[in-house]
Design a protein. Structure first.
Length: 630
């Protein structure tokens, strides 16, 4: 991916003083000070600080190792702050302090000092990393920062991950505190990502104890489900299965283990189906625990014990799911200290907050979250922020993102994977990148000013018209659910925005036109038009305004055709996550049928056979309309 920096001049970031006052530190007169014994992470942090400060000031701020050689110093790293004790601090923690002569940035572990540098650049210098290719670097040749800063920060979560295009960019990820390594590689200088070794999900039968290797000779290794041995899951009480998974996991660790990383994760997780083992041993263990998690957790605990007994992998932790049939916490087994349980919210409503007492969809999940938090030292969450079936439709879950993140933190959650439209390169037609940014910032601080963060993003990405897009989001978020209508992972677009009124639809149409009218560059206009696709998709599915069937057929057919052409123009090739959800090229369906059928799942020969005749009818309707209306 190419890396482009958008330099956006932001008047509010300017410091107008010509010279520093007594209560200010003059950045332009300073040198960045590191120690000769600095770590590679500290040296990298100093280089990034220099890069951005030079961009802001237009100067050339030096990096030196002689503290006495500069009157004004920005000291980076532990050696320059010997009185700070980070021995028990979480990796990523930092402290920033300042006087009128010195700024000190120091942090814990592999990531702390670098986190501190980016925090300093954001909070005191006006830099922002909104997307991989939208970076705000204000110009300020008289940059000063306050004296008397004392900012201390400890990460809310040890693991944080999102998955759209920007989240795969190391610079964006480091700047916004994303620590996960599923979709990107962070270098040792960048503090390393928290990596899943050998896959992050559904590893049993897919990576460990594969049926292609073992099933023919040993069907007893695999789940007995509804009286039949299936290749879909393993029998987790079989001793040979435990031995095989242990041996294969150790072989993987011998190849990929990094002893210098703070932690690395080995995922031992069920396959993505409900074919769990019902043999006598597994069923008895599940019954004793009131959940299929009893067998799963007992198995993972034992694998963890066996691997840790080798004495070679002290920074390895083990991950398993509380997902679908294993979501309910067991009653008679608890995870080991080094076992992560990843609780998955796939069944939830994402339009009501998880603790909304009126949402029946979320009550069971909240109980499971509470139960797991009482027994699990390392509870992680797999959370969802997308419509899997119709990913280009508006998915107005903005109203729950902050409170749900707070709920996770308040229930002792240590890590979150916020799944979004991970295939966004093929399906970028909503607010995937905005959600990606907001979720990253929420995992940095669940209690931030969410509305302000959203507005700042909208203004930076869309230009002055971003304020109208923020209003559109507010309207649709408010109307995303009712007491009895929910927002699901697989939301039918005909039933989304159930509370929206005709006057609000009219206002939303106006807001998009106002936003486009205020675009200052072609780039801003194209971003607005791209994001508007989700609103037009919703209107098409619901036969609203220009897509209404209560008008001349040519008009609504043309609206359909224009929307399809714009999908093509903006490179949208996929409408959803599922197989055969690629955008079809059949004109007849684009002109006449509901939008969900614009996918290759419905590419049947009859449509191609009828297509030429349908186009002729469309051309005739166009001529007849223009004959009387133009």
């Amino acid at each position: 991916m190419s890396f482009a920096v958008a330099v956006i001049l932001t008047a509010s970031c300017f410091t107008v003083a010509a010279s520093a006052k007594e209560n200010e530190f003059d950045v332009t007169k300073s040198a960045i000070v590191t120690d000769e014994s600095a770590t590679i992470q500290e040296n990298y942090a100093a280089e990034k600080l220099k890069y951005y400060l030079d961009k802001i000031t237009g100067g050339n701020i030096p990096i030196i190792t002689d503290s006495d050689a500069a009157e004004y110093k920005i000291s980076v790293g532990a050696a320059n702050s010997p009185d700070t004790d980070f021995s028990t601090a979480a990796d990523g923690s930092y402290i920033i302090t300042s006087t009128d002569k010195q700024v000190i940035i120091n942090g814990a572990g592999n990531k702390g000092t670098l986190n501190g540098v980016y925090a300093f650049l954001e909070k005191y210098c006006g830099c922002h990393w909104y997307e991989a290719e939208v970076i705000v670097i204000p110009e300020n040749k008289n940059l000063t920062v306050p004296a008397g800063i004392k900012l201390e920060y400890t990460p809310y979560f040890e693991y944080s991950e999102t998955d759209t295009t920007s989240a795969r960019d190391p610079e964006f990820s480091v700047a916004n505190g994303l620590t996960g390594g599923i979709y990107k590689k962070l270098t040792d200088e960048q503090g390393c990502a928290v990596e899943y070794l050998g896959g992050s999900s559904h590893t049993l039968v897919n990576r460990y104890c594969k049926p292609s290797v073992y099933f023919n000779e040993h069907p007893e290794y695999f789940a007995l489900h509804d009286g039949v041995r299936t290749t879909g899951q393993l029998c987790l009480t079989n001793e040979d299965v435990k031995n095989i998974v242990t041996q294969e996991a150790i072989a993987l660790l011998e190849e990929k283990h990094n002893p210098e990383a703070t932690i690395q994760i080995l995922s031992i997780t069920q396959a993505d189906n409900g074919e769990y083992c019902q043999c006598e041993s597994c069923a008895a263990l599940d019954a004793a625990n009131g959940s299929q998690a009893g067998t799963m957790l007992t198995f993972v605990n034992e694998i963890a014990d066996r691997i840790k007994a080798t004495g070679k992998y002290n920074n390895i932790v083990f991950d398993t799911f509380a997902y679908q049939y294993t979501r309910k916490a067991p009653t008679n087994v608890v995870p080991r200290e080094d076992v992560i349980v990843r609780l998955c919210s796939i069944e939830c409503c994402f339009g009501h907050t998880l603790d909304d007492a009126d949402c029946s969809e979320n009550k069971a999940f909240m109980q499971d979250l509470s139960d797991w938090s009482k027994i699990c030292n390392r509870l992680y969450i797999w959370n969802y922020n997308l419509n899997c079936d119709e990913s280009v439709n508006i998915y107005a879950n903005f109203g729950t993102m902050q409170r749900n993140t707070q709920i996770f933190y308040e229930h002792n959650v240590k890590g979150i994977y916020q799944q979004g439209v991970f295939y966004i390169a093929e399906c970028d037609a909503e607010f995937g990148e905005m959600k990606n940014y907001l979720l990253a910032k929420l995992m940095q601080d669940p209690y931030l000013d969410f509305d302000a963060e959203m507005l700042n993003y909208a203004l930076a990405v869309y230009g002055p018209g971003g304020k109208y897009i923020k209003e559109f989001i507010d309207i649709t978020t408010k109307r995303s659910v009712t007491k009895y209508r929910h927002l699901q992972l697989e939301q039918d677009s005909r039933y989304s925005l159930p509370g929206i009124t005709l006057s609000e639809i009219k206002r939303c149409n106006e807001l998009w036109e106002l936003a486009k009218a205020e675009a200052e560059t072609d780039e801003q206009l194209n971003r607005i038009r791209r994001s508007e696709l989700c609103w037009r998709y919703w209107k098409c599915s619901n036969h609203s305004t220009e897509f209404s069937r209560l008008q001349h057929p040519y008009l609504w057919m043309k609206a359909n055709k224009d929307l399809y052409n714009d999908f093509v123009e903006f490179g949208v090739t996929r409408m959803g996550e599922r197989p055969n959800h690629e955008l079809s090229s059949n004109d007849l369906r684009h002109l006449t049928r509901r939008i969900y059928t614009w996918i290759t799942l419905y590419d049947e020969p009859i449509w191609d056979a009828i297509n030429p005749y349908a186009l002729k009818v469309y051309e005739w309707l166009e001529k007849s309309y223009k004959l009387f209306h133009v």
